[in-house]
Design a protein around this ligand. Structure first.
Ligand SMILES: [Ca+2]
Ligand SMILES: [Ca+2]
Ligand SMILES: [Ca+2]
Length: 426
C-alpha cells in the first residue's frame, strides 16, 4: 500500500514536472505558441431609448497572432448566456432594445487557434419621452479646448433651465467645477458645448449636466486628453526614460540639455505628517496627501531624500540610471535661457499667457512647506530642487516658476518638499 502511494506520488510529481516544462516552453518565443486575444468594444450611444439603434464596434480588439480580419466576434446583448449573434468576422453590429432597463452586453472574441476572450459593458435604455440625456463624445480635441456633443433623449416632465458640460482634471466632476452653460432648452436632440481654457496634454473628466425644475442631473463620465502643443523636441535617442518603479517619462531637449518633460514620481507615498528618512525606501509626498495628485503632478521630495542622502553636486540621487538631479549651473542656465520668464517653460493653459515654447511643460503644482502637513502655492509655483546646498546645511537652491511670468532661483528649507526634474548625464 505504501509502495503504491509512492508510485502514485512519483507519477504525479513527474506529470507536474512535465506540465512545468511545457509552460517553460511557452515562454521561449519560438513563434509557435498561441496567446489569448483581447476583447474590447465601444457602444454608441451609451444611453438611449427603446427607439435607439445602438452601434457596437469591436475593432479595438486585438491578438498577437491573428489580424483583426481573422478574428471572430459574437454578441450577447443582454448577458443571459444566449448569444443573439453567432460568430462573424465583422467587428461592427447594432441592436435595438424593445424594453427599458439596464443591460450588460457581452462580447466574445475568438482567434484562429480557438482561444477566446470576453468583455462586458453596461448601457441604460429608457422609454421614449422619459427624462434622459448622454454626455456624448468629443467631436474636436485641441491643445486648449475640447468640443463635446451631448444628446437629450427625452425631457419627460422636466423644465430645463440650463445645460452643458462640467469638467475637471479629477474624476467625478460636478457643478462646482468648470462648466459650459448653454441655457434653457425645451426640445430633445444633440447639443454641443466647448470645454475651454484647458491645459495642454492633460486628461480631463467630463460629464453633461442638466439643471431642471426637479434638480441637478449629471450624465455619464468620459475621459479625454487634450493635445500637446508639441513644443520642444524629445531628446534624440532618449525620447522616454523609465524610473525604478516602471513609470515612463517623456524627455525634451532644451538648449542642449536633455530634461524630463514631467516631474519625477518614483517611490512610495507617505503622509506629510511623517518626515522622509534614510531607510532604503524612496518616499514621496503627494499634494494634499492625495495619491491622485502624484499621478497628475509627480511626487514631492525633501532635499536629503531626493539626494539619496549624498551631498555631492554631481549626484544621481533618486533619478534613473544615467540621469541626475540638476546642478545649480544647470538650473541657472535654464533660467537664463528663458530670460527669467516662466511663460516659455509653463504648459499652455496653465496660465493665461504661458506659451511653453521650450516644451518644458511645467505645471504649477505647488509644494509642501517646511511646516509638516502644510501644502502651499498650488496654481502659483512649480519648484524643482538643485543639488546645491547652502553652507549651513539647512537649505538648498531650487528653480521656481511662478504664474506671473517669473523664473528665478532661491534657497528653500530642507524640511520643505518640492518637485524633481532629472537631467540626462552627458
Ligand atoms: Ca492568439
Ligand atoms: Ca442573450
Ligand atoms: Ca527614504
Amino acid at each position: 500500500m505504501k509502495k503504491n502511494l509512492l508510485i502514485t506520488f512519483a507519477l504525479v510529481f513527474t506529470l507536474s514536472l512535465m506540465i512545468t516544462s511545457c509552460k517553460e516552453d511557452d515562454g521561449d518565443n519560438n513563434g509557435n505558441d498561441n496567446t489569448d486575444p483581447i476583447a474590447s468594444f465601444t457602444i454608441t450611444p451609451q444611453t438611449g431609448t427603446v427607439n435607439t439603434i445602438f452601434e457596437f464596434d469591436a475593432s479595438a480588439s486585438a491578438d498577437n497572432e491573428s489580424a483583426l480580419n481573422q478574428l471572430m466576434f459574437r454578441w450577447d446583448f443582454d448577458n443571459d448566456g444566449s448569444w443573439e449573434e453567432d460568430y462573424t468576422t465583422d467587428p461592427n453590429t447594432n441592436h435595438q432594445y424593445a424594453q427599458a432597463g439596464t443591460y450588460t452586453i457581452k462580447l466574445e472574441v475568438k482567434d484562429e487557434g480557438g482561444l477566446t476572450d470576453e468583455s462586458t459593458k453596461n448601457i441604460t435604455v429608457v422609454e421614449e419621452g422619459d427624462f434622459s440625456f448622454t454626455t456624448g463624445n468629443a467631436s474636436e480635441i485641441n491643445v486648449r479646448s475640447i468640443v463635446m456633443n451631448g444628446e437629450i433623449l427625452g425631457l419627460g416632465d422636466h423644465q430645463v433651465s440650463d445645460h452643458g458640460h462640467v469638467w475637471s482634471v479629477y474624476p467625478d466632476p460636478g457643478m462646482q467645477d468648470s462648466k459650459s452653460s448653454l441655457g434653457a432648452i425645451a426640445s430633445t436632440g444633440t447639443f454641443s458645448s466647448t470645454c475651454e481654457l484647458l491645459i495642454e496634454n492633460m486628461k480631463y473628466y467630463i460629464k453633461a449636466y442638466m439643471v431642471t425644475d426637479q434638480g441637478v442631473f449629471l450624465g455619464d463620465e468620459i475621459a479625454v486628453s487634450t493635445q500637446s502643443s508639441g513644443n520642444g523636441t524629445p531628446c534624440p535617442g532618449a525620447e522616454t526614460v523609465t524610473d525604478a518603479d516602471g513609470n515612463v517619462y517623456n524627455t525634451v531637449l532644451i538648449d542642449g540639455k536633455c530634461w524630463m518633460k514631467e516631474n519625477l514620481n518614483v517611490g512610495s507615498m507617505i503622509n506629510a505628517s511623517t518626515a522622509q528618512t534614510d531607510n532604503g525606501t524612496i518616499e514621496k509626498y503627494c499634494f494634499a496627501d492625495d495619491g491622485f495628485n502624484c499621478d497628475l503632478f509627480g511626487g514631492l521630495y525633501q532635499w536629503r531624500e531626493l539626494m539619496d542622502y549624498a551631498t555631492s553636486e554631481q549626484n544621481q540621487g533618486i533619478c534613473p540610471q544615467g540621469w541626475h538631479i540638476p546642478t545649480n549651473d544647470e538650473i541657472t542656465a535654464l533660467k537664463n535661457f528663458v530670460s527669467e520668464e516662466s511663460n516659455a517653460l509653463v504648459a499652455m493653459g496653465q496660465t493665461a499667457n504661458s506659451t511653453n515654447s521650450t516644451g518644458f511643460t511645467g505645471l504649477l503644482n505647488g509644494y509642501k512647506s517646511y511646516i509638516p502637513d502644510e501644502f502651499v502655492e498650488f496654481s502659483r509655483y512649480l519648484k524643482i530642487w538643485s543639488t546645491k546646498q547652502h553652507p549651513s546645511g539647512n537649505s538648498s537652491i531650487d528653480f521656481t516658476l511662478d504664474k506671473n511670468n517669473s523664473a528665478f532661483t532661491e534657497l528653500t528649507n530642507h524640511q520643505a518638499a518640492v518637485s524633481v526634474r532629472c537631467v540626462k548625464d552627458n
